[in-house]
Design a protein around this ligand. Structure first.
Ligand code: HEC
Ligand code: CU
Length: 345
């Protein structure tokens, strides 16, 4: 009776778990794979669960059958005949686990080699996209070295192609992870790790830093955006092009503030430049900034520029409280939001 009472106590927790299981953010789950790597990972995970379930069911079935069948019955006074060592049984229960391990090992080993194969995409050849990823406390830098430009916070790739990632870090360990597309890999200072990912559908996939890297680690989110090859090429061209001179007066005034306040010293706008902070060439195309804040929220954007540490503990972006008046701030924000590369109809 008592045991049941204890069990009931766990019911609310179990229900909560069930509820939370439904909280998976869209395209931030390894259980709904959108690329060949993630699909392989999930298949392999399921295979081990099936093997495990099979073993559990068989063992428990035999256990209960034996328990019922060989129970001591009334009148059974003699101790049953004692047997030791049955060659056939010994061989059976040695061979079965070996077979099960082979069933697990073959796909695991072939899959591991498949995932570690960072040769260019055989169909795309020399045009295989190579992206240098750099983890910073607490943001991501994406260098398209062959194309000669840098992007921040959002990484664009062509859909249906194997894309190579070279992972670096400038400070501490981070881990680059796009759950819907594949496994995670650490970015380590002084070491280059290599991995590849492929997206099967043109979509926006959420990414996370998966290695505790400091107080704002949980806010170090990014996006991977897979576009059709044509759209991707257009995006690359947009990133390479020199930004147009602003026509709007407010935007032009904002550009002046941006330049006079030394923002440009850390934030490149245009094909090349400094990347002490995220490149802002396509800032207006983002949905979120600083990893988690809504770009439509101009109050948050102003607060970010005035006092970024109040929104993201430990960030290396300096605050401009008292250095930019309201009028200049409005212009600055208009300028930042005007920085687009995609045709946002
Ligand atoms: C010393 C270098 C430095 C200077 C100067 C600087 N920033 Fe930053 N900025 C950063 C860093 C680093 C980040 C990334 C912070 C993070 O997400 O943790 C950042 C992030 C941002 C972001 C969010 C970008 C995104 O997409 O996530 C905006 C917007 C921004 N800065 C605007 C400005 C403006 C406007 C100025 C000038 C008034 C400025 N910054 C000056 C370093 C700098
Ligand atoms: Cu982190």
């Amino acid at each position: 009776m008592k045991r049941w009472k204890t069990a009931w106590r766990f019911l609310p927790f179990s229900l909560l778990l069930l509820l939370l299981a439904g909280c998976g953010e869209e395209n931030l789950t390894a259980l709904d794979p959108k690329g060949p790597q993630a699909k392989w990972l999930l298949d392999n995970m399921l295979l081990s669960i099936y093997v495990m379930a099979f073993v559990t069911i068989v063992v428990f079935a035999i256990f209960f059958i034996i328990l019922a069948k060989f129970r001591r019955k009334p009148g059974d006074d003699e101790i049953p005949k004692q047997v030791h060592g049955n060659t056939a049984l010994e061989i059976t229960w040695t061979v079965i686990p070996i077979l099960l391990l082979v069933i697990l090992a073959v796909p695991t080993i072939t899959g591991t080699f498949m995932m570690a194969d960072t040769e260019p995409d055989p169909e795309v050849g020399e045009d295989t996209v190579v992206i240098k990823v750099t983890g910073h406390q607490y943001w991501w830098q994406f260098d398209y070295e062959n194309e000669g430009f840098t992007a921040g916070q959002e990484v664009y790739i062509p859909v249906g192609e194997k894309v190579l990632f070279e992972l670096h870090s400038v400070d501490v360990l981070h881990s680059f992870w796009v759950p819907a597309l594949g496994g995670k890999m650490d970015t380590v200072p002084g070491i280059t790790n290599e991995m590849w990912l492929e997206a099967s559908y043109a979509d926006v996939y959420k990414g996370k830093c998966a290695e505790l890297c400091g107080p704002s680690h949980a806010l170090m989110d990014f996006k991977l955006i897979a576009l059709e090859r044509d759209d991707y090429d257009a995006w690359v061209e947009g990133m390479q092009a020199e930004p147009a001179e602003p026509e709007d007066e407010l935007v032009a005034a904002g550009q002046e503030v941006f330049e006079s306040q030394s923002c440009i010293g850390c934030h490149a706008v245009g094909g090349e430049g400094m990347a002490t902070g995220p490149t802002l060439t396509n800032f207006g195309d983002r949905e979120v900034f600083a990893g988690y804040l809504d770009i439509e929220d101009e109050g948050a954007l102003a607060q970010w520029i005035k006092d970024p540490k109040s929104l993201k503990q430990g960030t290396l972006m300096p605050g401009y409280e008292g250095q930019i008046n309201d009028e200049d701030m409005e212009a600055l924000i208009a300028y930042l939001k005007s920085l687009t590369v995609l045709d946002n109809e």
